[in-house]
Design a binder for this molecule. Structure first.
Ligand code: N01
Length: 543
């Protein structure tokens, strides 16, 4: 059966519905590759995408300055040698528009469009144990069935809009970095406020400040940011990487976080303060997230961690001229317990006369009024308010959807105490439902593109295995899932990453269970996935 010919099946409701080998939810990088992979294996598959275009993260996050924080030569697909040889990135860290062009190029190149349905949100997914198919209902009232469901819904796609009293009464322009309009937003001559100082805000702030009459930054927690030193990629670098792309990717995959961050195996504490300083200067000059690779003890030893954290605080104090503002911008938590940010001119922006930093931990936001934002000690008149307040990360895209497994079990109930998955890929009680880069997988702690490809390859192989062996159903078993959840927690617990109120822990969303969601360690994770398969899908029940 070709991809565009779908079978007709009788749904549980007795109605005929189109039937697919797989329904793919989401048309970002994960969904696009899942479609290509599954079609290549001979499955019929269809992407349902809520937006009116593909590209996922890069479709929605169009705020000024949005760009990737992993080098584009790495943050790109590797499944097709001609694609990776022929595509050229204009800059070391590609801007959002170029990443969107890349997604569209991939869809054109691999003729994916006939099997992509835009402007269609999957409203509900329900597993029918009698017929062993999933029934998917769209927000257009359409119902289709599928043998498999691939949740390519992303880790950072459900935006977080804090419940500020009076938000709906704001009469100016209200924007969220994660849902930025397609049309350029002109801030000239306007009084702009921005809530949040995470990665999105840190990229947005310098550009908005350069345009606005005045920008007020409402900061609750200061973040660590390192310079991108973005620019064109030297031809020699491109030639070098392309001449050994497979080896380059393979070497990066062996590192702790799956990216080219110049990992050292020695520890910070083996070195003198002068040696450490020189090493951190080297990494600051290199730019980007290579601070993660500084020393082997950076993520496990608070004393070692503080040597790097203090170095960055020193840089902030050098760059920011007003000492009081510099102190407010100096983070106090451990470096990397939240994702390190990468910027172009962020700290220097606070030297501009039209930028004010407001500490909303000291004076909390009380309300949004028709004309501005009120903290406990002042009212700020604003024409535009930007929320750079992040996402209901990892679980939000899944628990906000009505997903029901065996016996009508709702995923949001199964995860009431936090996400439980086997390998971040599957959930007990939800057969044949696969999550790409789900909670319990390395996902956000890695370069997402290789993680996505590794997951999709695993899912494709599992679907192929079932078909080849006359099987219909694959379901994670509770003991294997419980053991995996415990392992994910045990791996994170002794590290710096578990020590602050990050979205890794769900701590940014009021009431969300505090559970460390991603798995730390790309290479061991890949080995575990391969071992499970080699042992006949150990931990899964196949029927
Ligand atoms: O979101 P965030 P983000 N009152 O959650 C503040 C990836 N990403 O969209 O820290 C006041 O990090 C909140 O304050 P606090 C990357 O993985 C990548 O910036 O909770 N403030 C914080 O300052 C990143 O980690 C790229 O105290 C409130 C901010 O809002 C992830 O996406 C670019 C508040 C949210 O920061 C998320 O980044 C962008 C409230 N009620 C994003 N609620 C690149 O590739 C929240 N905040 C470069």
């Amino acid at each position: 059966m070709t991809s565009t010919e779908s079978q007709t099946a009788v749904s549980a409701a007795g109605l005929t519905a189109k039937h697919y080998g797989a329904v793919i939810v989401g048309g970002g990088f994960a969904g696009l590759y899942a479609l290509h992979k599954l079609r290549g294996l001979g499955f019929s598959a269809r992407i349902y995408e809520a937006g009116d275009g593909i590209g996922g993260t890069w479709f929605w996050n169009r705020y000024p300055g949005a760009r990737v924080d992993i080098q584009s030569l790495e943050y790109s697909y590797q499944f097709d040698e001609a694609l990776q040889q022929q595509w050229d990135w204009s800059e070391r860290y590609a801007p959002q528009s170029e990443l969107l062009d890349y997604a569209n190029h991939v869809a054109d190149r691999f003729d994916l469009w006939p099997d992509i349905q835009l402007d269609t949100r999957i409203a509900a997914l329900c597993y029918d144990d009698a017929t062993r198919v999933w029934r998917a209902t769209t927000d257009r009232g359409e119902t289709v069935t599928a043998d498999h469901v691939v949740m390519a819904t992303g880790c950072l796609s459900s935006t977080n809009t804090p419940d500020f009293p009076g938000l709906a009464s704001f009469e100016g322009r209200l924007l969220h970095t994660g849902r930025w309009p397609k049309e350029p937003v002109d801030f000239s001559g306007r009084r702009v406020g921005i809530v949040g100082t995470g990665s999105s805000a840190i990229q947005t702030i310098p550009l908005v400040a350069a345009q606005a009459a005045h920008l007020t930054v409402f900061q609750r927690t200061a973040n660590y940011s390192v310079p991108a030193h973005n620019g064109p990629i030297p031809d020699a670098v491109v030639r070098d990487v392309k001449s050994r792309y497979a080896d380059y990717r393979a070497a990066n995959n062996l590192t702790a976080l799956g990216a080219d961050w110049d990992y050292r195996e020695d520890t910070a504490m083996e070195h003198t303060p002068e040696e450490r300083e020189a090493e951190y200067e080297r990494r600051w000059a290199r730019g980007g997230l290579s601070f993660y690779g500084s020393y082997a003890d950076l993520l496990v030893d608070p004393v070692a961690n503080n040597t790097a954290a203090a170095f960055i605080r020193g840089k902030i104090r050098q760059i920011v001229e007003d000492p009081a503002t510099a102190e407010k911008l100096c983070p106090t938590a451990a470096l990397a317990c939240k994702r390190i940010c990468v910027d172009t001119g962020y700290y220097a922006t606070f030297n501009r006369p039209n930028v004010t930093l407001v500490d909303v931990k000291a004076a909390p936001i009380e309300a949004i009024t028709a004309t501005g934002l009120r903290t406990s000690d002042a009212l700020y008149e604003l024409d535009d308010l930007i929320l750079a307040t992040g996402f209901d990360a990892m679980t939000g895209p899944l628990t906000r959807m009505d997903i029901r497994g065996v016996g009508g079990l709702a995923l949001k109930d199964a995860w009431a105490e936090g996400p439980k998955t086997y390998l971040g890929l599957c959930v007990a009680g939800f057969p044949n439902l696969f999550i790409v880069a789900g909670p319990g997988s390395p996902s956000v702690l890695t370069n997402m593109l290789p993680s996505i490809e590794q997951h999709v390859n695993w899912i494709g192989a599992a679907a192929d295995y079932l078909r080849a062996n006359g099987l219909k159903r694959i379901e994670a078993q509770i003991p294997a899932q419980d053991a995996w959840v415990a392992h994910v927690n045990e791996t994170a617990a002794p590290t710096i990453l578990a020590t602050c109120n990050s979205w890794y822990l769900g701590a940014n969303i009021p009431g969300k269970p505090r559970v460390f969601m991603p798995y730390l360690g790309f290479a061991p994770y890949v080995a575990k996935c391969e071992e499970v398969v080699a042992r006949g899908y150990e931990g899964f029940e196949l029927a």
